[in-house]
Design a protein around this ligand. Structure first.
Ligand SMILES: Nc1ncnc2c1ncn2[C@@H]1O[C@H](COP(=O)(O)OP(=O)(O)OP(=O)(O)O)[C@@H](O)[C@H]1O
Ligand SMILES: [Mg+2]
Length: 365
């Protein structure tokens, strides 16, 4: 999948224009506060997702303007396609291939992208929730039925948790927990199996990208850590019984806490560099390299599953990386359309754009 053109009108500080990026690596450089992240954010919106900066809709419209309009022409499924997004009155509307869509969610899946921004370093630095989300978001893109499974699990968990809170006052409700234990076990087993399968697919390419970024000097390894056993190592009934027993064993504690302390909602993705936890022992550059390798591997796996590689957006990725690591990103990512922003002009790359005060200039050399 690749972008042929992006047009914008009244989007943040970007001057009304249309740009035609190259199929391979595109470097966008400029001083601070010139609009580099704004451009990547604008591209990201065509995935149907919300701003990766967590901004509200009306913050995307240029100051003193009433609306913003952005359009994308991209090639996917062997044909040119178009998306137009209009933002006004705090709302977003989309038109996909000339067909107006009522909800933004209806365009999800047509244009696919993977984004890295400095905010995403929390993927390594923070607790397990972000790592579970990283796995879940990719799985939802690859397999829409996974989103249904996940929401069924969350509903069962919420029901169990509200019951746990009521039990101290109404002890007779305790018997009802059995139903939810069973549901949490059944859905949890499916979620754990899907996540484990996906992490296995991700592992090899993540290792490969990290090996490239670190020029073979360091090794990245990832592993899914679940409360539920691997189904290849035990039979289905045995697995179900063990998770139900675990829920029962924690029941008294759960009633005191008022929430469920065991289940796939507490699973984690272990990320190690040279066999040590990246979160605890990784340097800034190593953590950045690990997040990057995970994001690139995500793009690779989605590409394999869907038959097309998503567009890769790398915001401010080069800082903290030494020149060998930078060189890999600028020259070795083949078969993907990549947008990289940075402050300095980089000489040995082919497709460059300079951005100044929201105005984009293509740089010929
Ligand atoms: N709605 C808006 N209307 C007009 N300008 C805006 C709007 N929102 C943000 N800006 C301006 O856009 C400018 C550029 O922002 P952006 O984050 O894209 O910069 P950047 O080039 O990525 O800088 P850095 O290198 O510091 O990350 C900021 O100065 C900000 O004030
Ligand atoms: Mg920026």
């Amino acid at each position: 999948m690749f972008i042929k053109s992006i047009a914008f009108e009244n989007y943040r500080n970007l001057k009304t224009d249309i740009i035609f990026p190259a199929k391979g690596i595109n470097v966008i450089y400029g001083d601070n506060a010139q609009g580099k992240t704004n451009l990547l954010e604008c591209i990201w919106l065509f995935t149907g997702g919300r701003s990766f900066r967590g901004s509200r809709e009306n913050e995307l419209v240029a100051f003193d303007k009433k609306y913003a309009k952005i359009s994308l022409c991209f090639n996917s499924d062997g044909r040119d396609q178009g998306i137009e997004i209009t933002i006004s009155g705090g709302k977003r509307g989309a038109v996909l291939n000339d067909v107006p869509k009522k909800f933004m969610s209806q365009i999800i899946g047509s244009f696919c992208a993977v984004v890295f921004s400095p905010n995403h370093l929390t993927l390594i630095k923070n607790g397990p929730e972000e790592r579970r989300n990283f796995i879940d978001t990719a799985l939802c893109q690859i397999k829409p039925s996974y989103a249904v499974l996940l929401s069924r699990y969350k509903r069962a968990l919420n029901e169990r948790n509200s019951l746990l809170k009521d039990i101290p006052k109404h002890r007779e409700l305790e018997d009802m927990l059995d139903v939810w234990d069973e549901r949490i076990a059944e859905e949890g087993i499916k979620i754990s199996a899907e996540r484990r399968k996906y992490v296995k697919l991700l592992s090899q390419p993540a290792m490969g990208f990290y090996d490239g970024i670190s020029s073979g000097k360091e090794k990245l390894s990832i592993e899914y850590r679940s409360v539920i056993q691997d189904s290849s190592e035990a039979d289905a009934a045995e697995i179900k019984n063990s998770i139900i027993s675990a829920l029962e064993a924690r029941r008294a504690d759960d009633i005191i806490c008022g929430y469920t302390t065991v289940g796939v909602h507490r699973d984690d993705l272990s990320v190690k560099i040279n066999d040590r936890e990246a979160r605890k022992f990784g340097s800034q550059g190593q953590q950045r390299s690990a997040v990057l390798a995970l994001k690139l591997a995500e793009a690779y796996v989605i590409g394999k599953q869907k038959g097309e590689t998503p567009v890769v957006l790398l915001d401010d990725v080069l800082s903290e990386l030494d020149s060998t690591r930078q060189n890999y990103l600028l020259n070795k990512l083949e078969g993907m359309q990549v947008f990289i922003t940075c402050c300095e002009k980089i000489d040995d790359t082919e497709n460059k754009m300079r951005i100044e005060n929201g105005e984009i200039f293509s740089v010929e050399e």
